[in-house]
Design a protein around this ligand. Structure first.
Ligand code: FE2
Length: 188
């Protein structure tokens, strides 16, 4: 059976559910306490080869970037936004060569299953029906950080895996893109 049918469509997050509110408060408190003393980005920098800027400078013509953030709530609204980017002509928008996800790719807590149901499933469904396959880059938001980026890194920082049938390139939680008509500053 295709991977996309293994999960029920995720309902909207119950933000006023006392259980969700109290668990979110505990996670925020824990993240604040440990966040003062550790930064996963430092560990990433120690543990892998340098990650340079990803080069899109040779692309001719207009270069469009799609940007979406705060996306991983219920399946239906996430799919609605994903399908608008997967079929740009229908909605009068230009097709983006790159899709940047700007944070909170999942609500309320990150896990492998939550990302699968709330994030990748609607995007896979939307892009499966489209010839468009933008390269996907992701920046973590506070909800992605609640498990110290373990599930985020598995989903967005393994280029051999990809995301929802699209290419991913970053191996860390941050990235730089070399865009057309721009200079890359030399370090030093
Ligand atoms: Fe958010």
């Amino acid at each position: 059976m295709a991977e996309r049918y293994r999960w029920r469509p995720a309902p909207m997050t119950g933000w006023f559910d006392p259980g969700v509110m109290s668990q979110t408060a505990v996670m925020l408190l824990t993240a604040n306490i440990f966040g003062r003393h550790s930064d996963t980005r430092l560990i990433e920098a120690l543990g892998s080869q340098p990650q340079g800027a990803f080069d899109y400078s040779a692309q001719a013509g207009d270069f469009w970037v799609d940007y979406v953030a705060d996306l991983g709530d219920g399946w239906n609204p996430t799919y609605a936004v994903a399908s608008a980017m997967a079929a740009p002509g229908v909605h009068g928008t230009e097709p983006g060569q790159v899709l940047v996800m700007g944070g909170d790719q999942v609500y309320p807590y990150p896990s492998r299953d939550a990302y699968a149901r709330r994030t990748e499933s609607p995007y896979r469904e939307a892009f499966a029906a489209s010839a468009r396959k933008p390269d996907v880059f992701a920046i973590p938001g506070n909800h992605d950080w609640f498990d110290s980026l373990i599930a985020f890194s598995r989903l967005f920082c393994r280029p051999e895996r990809g995301f929802a049938g699209c290419t991913t390139r970053q191996t860390r939680s941050y990235f730089a893109l070399h865009l057309p008509n721009s200079q890359v500053p030399t370090p030093g």
